[in-house]
Design a protein around this ligand. Sequence first.
Ligand code: TYD
Ligand code: ZN
Length: 416
Amino acid sequence: MNPTAKPLSNGHCRVCSAKIAPFMSFGRMPIANGFLRPDETGNEYFFELAPAFCESCGMFQLLEQPQPEKMFHEQYAFYSSTSRYMQAHFEVFALSVINTVLAERKDPFVVELGSNDGIMLRHFKARGVRHLGIEPSANVAEVARTQGISTISAFFDHKLADGIAAEHGRADAILAANVMCHIPDLPGVAAGVQRLLKPDGVFIFEDPYLGDMIAKTSYDQIYDEHVFIFSANSVRCAFEPFALELIDVMPQITHGGSMRYTLAPKGSRQVSIKVNEQLAKEAALGLDRAETYHRFKANCENSRDALMRTLERLRGQEKRVVGYGATSKSTTVINYCGMTPEHVEFISDTTPIKQGRLSPGAHIPVKPYGEFTKRYPDYALLFAWNHAAEIREKEAGFVSAGGRWIVYVPEVAIVA
Ligand code: TYD
Ligand code: ZN
């Protein structure tokens, strides 16, 4: 999270420094969360979105990335607490930490990296647990602070880790959700975690999981902010030099398939049998082999072509298609596939600061949710597919009015 981190890795793995090259390109991409005011379309920033796989350490990564300031700033449009399901998910996460790791500890201290609007820390605060959130986006950090959740706006590295340890003592638990994959200087963060964690502390983080992305061709997990897509194998390798050992893994359904990793100072705790089981599953899936990524590339192209054939056909029939959820992920899909406002009339989204803006790159208008319910379209393109269960339950009325969903994960399909 160091703002001066080089966005270019100069063709070397960001973790192990092996020489690597992208295996495919999604083309010129805007900032995934860069929703524009109508007067801002003139000077939009683009970069080439091209993922690479390191055969030495197994890390899936972007070699070129925009400067962090272009992605995480005071206008950052992402607030965690917009989904009911995610709120429940983080409550369960927090309670599991409180009831296991922190149980019977005296005055424990919890640090969360990328604590956003406090969606998880609020549960520690409510139980009087000492906590500190570290959130570089000032606007979301402020939302947390107004709710009494201790939060600082900073980028986490070993210097900040030392400062926190000096002021508050070392941490019993360091947590991170959907944030480790955002940080280009992963070794820098690992060094910070190593210094901030108590000898019997744990570091628990979760992120979208490479195994799910490959199995479901959910290539929309790849966008500017996601500099890494982790696997158990790559996480194990990345933290080994910092004497942090992968002791547990736990699959999660969030974000279309995530993995929760638990790490602890080497030798301090028993390694769960689930770690070896997951590593074996990854080997069976071919996550350690270059040919898997060549097949993934072909699958992405097929998915793109099938989705655009569907949208072109519906356009020919003059059907109304509206996007559901102006997700960060949708920026990759929309721009890689070449969608325009001719294909998708507008995108409905419940986040106030996205409304009235234009989607990055393709400039599809983002409108309040009320525009969707006011006059249902013929088809809704489910960009927020990771919330499919919650959304399809909520939108039963759309389907009974004759509306149909267009989905593209794991395959392009029209469903009721
Ligand atoms: P999110 O799941 O965080 O995906 P990403 O990480 O790709 O941005 O974003 C969900 C988006 O969808 C967010 O902008 C809010 C919107 N949304 C709706 O408009 N309606 C809904 O019912 C839900 C669940 C989300
Ligand atoms: Zn590597």
